[in-house]
Design a protein around this ligand. Structure first.
Ligand SMILES: *Cc1c(COP(=O)(O)O)cnc(C)c1O
Length: 357
């Protein structure tokens, strides 16, 4: 039975990426050595890092002042590394609270300076993106989580015209939609949702934002040190960087970010249309704020949830259980997911609704 992989992260990757990654572990580009047993400063590996950084720049059409880094530590490390570099101890930063991930970012930022909540969806149980924001013009930056992976919310209209630099956690919708990326002060994303394997973090930072705090920053956490060393300050996570490169190449071959967005809209539209047409399923998120990457839903009669989970498991559907903190179901619709998987799931949903409605 072929499986349909709806995992939330780490998650589905293109089959060609997995094949090339496996081949590189056995013999990297005909060198007779594995990718895992060559030095990172060799002629074999340095082009990997260079091409990955360049492809990000090209695909996202970045501004020359924006620097592209591949760093360790996952997106969660950025929750502290961002304020450590951008927020002076006597300064303030504006944060939006739209779900679990933004709440974690807020918690870390308070360790470094004053955090003001510019908008929050917490009171409503994280069902919608705040419609208005109050941002102090004196804030060093405003932080957004563009897609809330657990609660299934996504900023469809980003506040691009705010006066303060925009900082965005794009971990779960990176490379899935066209945005004016050149307008962001800082973008970060763990690779394992939509652009590769776990173990590496993409950071894009406008260098003009750096060096404004007199805080002493440990070398490994200082963006300026990583920029100076072209993202090779120490041993990078070579395998994860390589898988990111393969995924970036795949995105480019498929037609770039606009094509990824087109496919993403198709997948999400089919799933939400089905959900709305079958009233036994309920989506807690406001229609306008529904995520095209992670669709969450419950079944009106919770006693049917187990039966639905079993039907899905029997049909080879993997990873549709909701996050442990919210329950219900979550279907992740990342770039590498074929539309056929969504067709298979929605067919099964209609059938289940028909039998149990
Ligand atoms: C998964 C995720 C994170 C955390 O990523 P790690 O790499 O596990 O630290 C942060 N933000 C968002 C939006 C995520 O989806």
């Amino acid at each position: 039975m072929s499986l349909h992989n709806f995992n939330a992260g780490p998650s589905i990757l293109p089959a060609t990426v997995l094949e090339a990654a496996a081949a590189a572990i056995r013999d990297f580009e005909g060198s007779g050595l594995s990718l895992l047993e060559i030095g990172h400063r060799t002629k074999l590996f340095t082009p990997v890092m260079e091409e990955a950084r360049l492809l990000v720049r090209e695909l996202m059409q970045l501004h020359p002042d924006q620097e592209v880094l591949f760093l360790h530590g996952g997106a969660s490390t950025q929750f502290m590394q961002v304020p450590m570099n951008l927020l002076p101890a006597n300064g303030k930063a504006a944060y939006t609270d739209t779900g679990i991930w933004s709440a974690k970012a807020i918690k870390e930022a308070t360790l470094f300076g004053t955090v003001e909540i510019a908008g929050s969806a917490k009171e409503g149980g994280y069902c919608g993106i705040p419609k208005t924001l109050e941002i102090d013009p004196a804030a060093q930056y405003v932080h957004l989580t563009t897609n809330e992976t657990v609660h299934g919310l996504q900023w469809q209209q980003l506040p691009l015209n705010v006066e303060v630099p925009l900082v965005a956690d794009m971990s779960s919708d990176i490379l899935s939609r066209a945005l004016p990326f050149d307008r962001f002060g800082l973008i970060y994303a763990g690779a394992q949702k939509n652009m590769g394997a776990a173990g590496v973090n993409l950071v894009i930072v406008n260098k003009n934002l750096l060096g404004k705090s007199d805080r002493r920053i440990p070398t490994m956490l200082d963006y300026r040190e990583h920029i100076r060393e072209a993202s090779m300050l120490n041993t990078p996570p070579v395998f994860a960087v390589y898988v990111a490169l393969l995924t970036l190449r795949w995105v480019q071959q498929q037609g770039g970010i606009p094509e990824m967005e087109k496919r993403s809209r198709q997948r999400a539209q089919l799933l939400y249309e089905t959900m709305d047409a079958c009233p036994i399923f309920e989506c807690p998120v406001n229609v306008a704020d529904r995520s095209r990457m992670n669709a969450v839903f419950t079944i009106k009669d919770p006693r049917l949830e187990e039966a639905f989970a079993k039907v899905c498991a029997d049909a080879g559907m993997v990873g549709i259980k909701g996050h442990r903190s919210v329950g219900g179901f979550r279907v992740s619709l990342y770039n590498a997911l074929p539309l056929e998987s969504v067709v298979a799931l929605t067919t099964l949903m209609k059938d289940f609704a028909h039998k149990n409605g």
